[in-house]
Design a protein around this ligand. Structure first.
Ligand SMILES: *Cc1c(COP(=O)(O)O)cnc(C)c1O
Length: 451
């Protein structure tokens, strides 16, 4: 067997997703209605989401069937490879064994199609004609646009304005797949017009773009909203990553001591970690889970665990999560996909229960780690993914100091082919580190809704 590349056959693609909610020692806190502050009902969500997705959102079934038409499409690029990073290990001179799961082989180059495909499928199956969504740097928008084109759905994407202007390539991907892409804030929604009235030059944020997309779904009978991260059903769909990894680690005759992932909204991290965590909670082997986030958007490490809105205009239900406040507008650093003010309730809960760790790392260290990785392994990582690499390298260096032969597994969640401007800026010395100021965090705390 190839000692560095672990490939699974098509038959090994999971037939069911794994739902961590079945094995949690303590149930998730309820999602609250923004008006009444009472737990919401599935009916409250019906105007926004497909019924099947609402059911998955609240399900406590351990295993949920993946529909066959979804598996057929996932098979185009799944199962994805697991690699042993022998050359990186050598470059680091570490006794640790490092493995990475490579999710950059999907049509849009990241893990996001794993959930875009089932979300489009369920909406189509329920007779919905049009999907609205938001996107930051464009990874989610391009993934959903691809899935919508496969299932014959119209796709409307609100793209954060600064990215819309600075990152035309993923916008071109979306338009190639037939989606309509609008710079947010826009004058096409009430939420957008309100923001533009106060600040005509507003460059946008994910929170604002979510408000616009949610408003469109709420106001149109034939339209539903899709979200690319954060929600339970999104994390569920991403568990194909970890389920495959479990089989691949077995092929490698190894088991991770620590699993590392980057966290924006938490979906790729949950996707690789939760199947292993479930095994641990059911009495299996111990494993450490390490979430790495940017120091400039330190949701898990500095944001309080509190009920907050998912969007800026306060149209969404209240969810209990680590948050920097729904008014958060991040500093201009490059990891577009890691700039959301909140974090998946499940990832927040797991941290709160002491089942996961979190660490914030500055972007210069992340890019340096990404370049070290690229030179050794020949793959250009997405700027988001460099956070997972930086975390894995810190762990490998710790193993070296302690003289321990641990096994490190990390999720290489996407390639950086459309993010080369960030690398150009890094090489030119134009990037700087930015710590999210303590005063801003205090302000965010003060602005949280009273529950
Ligand atoms: C969207 C994205 C992320 C952040 O989202 P998560 O839900 O935290 O996974 C990270 N990496 C890449 C490549 C992305 O496209």
């Amino acid at each position: 067997m190839n000692p560095v590349k672990f490939l699974l056959s098509d038959e090994a693609l999971p037939t069911q997703w794994y739902n961590l909610q079945a094995d949690l020692p303590e149930a998730l806190p309820p999602v609250l209605h923004p008006g009444t502050k009472e737990p919401i009902t599935p009916d409250d969500l019906a105007p926004l989401f497909a019924q099947a997705l609402i059911e998955q959102e609240v399900s406590t079934e351990r295993w949920i069937d993946i529909p066959e038409p979804v598996r057929e499409i996932l098979l185009q690029w799944r199962c994805t490879p697991l690699y042993r990073a022998r050359r990186l290990e050598k470059a680091l001179d570490t006794p640790a064994k490092i493995y990475y799961k490579w999710e950059g082989t999907s049509p849009s180059g990241s893990h996001k199609p794993n959930t875009a495909v089932p979300q489009a499928y369920y909406n189509r199956a329920e007779g919905i004609r049009k999907i609205s969504t938001e996107t930051g740097a464009g990874q989610w928008g391009s993934s959903l646009a691809m899935a919508c084109s496969v299932f014959g759905l119209e796709c409307l994407v609100y793209m954060v304005k600064v990215s819309y202007n600075q990152k035309p390539y993923r916008r071109a991907l979306m338009e190639t797949f037939g989606a309509t892409c609008i710079a947010s804030p826009s004058d096409t929604t009430e939420s957008g017009r309100r923001i533009l009235k106060d600040d005509p030059d507003c460059t946008g944020s994910l929170g604002i773009a979510i408000s616009e997309a949610v408003e469109i779904a709420a106001k149109n009978e034939d339209t539903r909203y899709c979200l690319g991260s954060v929600l339970n059903h999104v994390l569920l769909h991403q568990t194909v990553i970890g389920l495959e990894c479990q089989k691949q680690m077995e092929m490698a005759d190894d088991y991770p001591d620590v699993i590392v992932g980057c966290t924006g909204g938490g979906s790729n991290y949950a996707g690789i970690c939760f199947p292993f965590l479930g095994e641990k909670l059911r009495g299996g082997r111990g494993v450490r889970l390490l979430a790495v986030e940017p120091a400039a958007c330190p949701t898990l490490t500095k944001g309080p665990l509190a009920y907050d809105f998912g969007d800026t205009a306060h149209l969404t239900p209240l969810v209990k999560m680590h948050t920097l406040g729904s008014g958060f507008v991040p500093a201009g650093f490059h990891s577009g996909g890691l700039r959301y003010h909140g974090m998946a309730p499940l990832v927040s809960h797991v941290l709160d229960l002491g089942l996961s760790e979190a660490r914030a790392i500055n972007q210069l260290e992340c890019f340096a780690s990404g370049v070290t990785f690229a030179k050794a392994e020949g793959i250009i990582p997405a700027p988001e993914a460099t956070h997972a690499i930086a975390g894995a390298i810190q762990e490998a260096n710790r193993c070296k100091e302690e003289g321990r032969t641990e096994t490190i597994l990390f999720n290489l969640c996407g390639h950086g082919h459309f993010d080369m401007q960030a690398y150009i800026d890094y090489h030119a010395g134009k990037l700087r580190d930015y710590d999210y100021p303590q005063e801003e965090i205090a302000m965010a705390l003060a602005g949280l809704p009273k529950v």
